[in-house]
Unconditional design. Sequence first.
Length: 217
Amino acid sequence: MITRREFLAATSALALLAALDLPFATAHAQGNAPTEIMVPPPLGEMSLGNPNATVTIIEYASLWCSHCGNFHKTVFPELKKRYIDTGKVLFIFREYPLNERGAAASMLARCAATQGGKERFFAMVDVLFERQESWAYVQDPGPPLFALARQAGFTEQTYKACLADQKVLDGLQAEQNRASSKFGVSSTPTLFVNGKMQRGVGTIDDLAKVIDPLLKS
């Protein structure tokens, strides 16, 4: 159970983030050169798989987004099994928070990475997507977010410090602005396969139709 003190800590930390009045990007451009999109974001790249793979998939996602949650629950496990774990695909996850709650969740995942590297980052992402209904769309997301953070090893102090880290928040916003203005990202999830934006990728079979020809070329 969360104590009253922990409850207040969770609520106040998230309120601090919300009070920043974040200017999340909405404008977008028409496209980009494939080489430019491979430049890592300010906070560094979060990737899974073979760095020398023939195919690179970049996903821009918000941890708050229900469509992203559905992708990671229904499509991503098979993508990982068929292509990432077999060394055929390098998968890169980039944050596109959309709002304060998405930003808070992304900040927690990034802070988890400082404790245990990319493995901890993706573990936190998995939990946040799996338990998305418990925090993303409720009236007060502070307590459930803090509960998930505690399960990942955060203390009251590290949780509050994470959500107050302006450098992490600035890095998230910088990459969202770059994705919007340079690469044409305006919604989530948005996938790029070898630098080319893919639309209408709703199933693993849809994605396979894009990946498989690239593996044979």
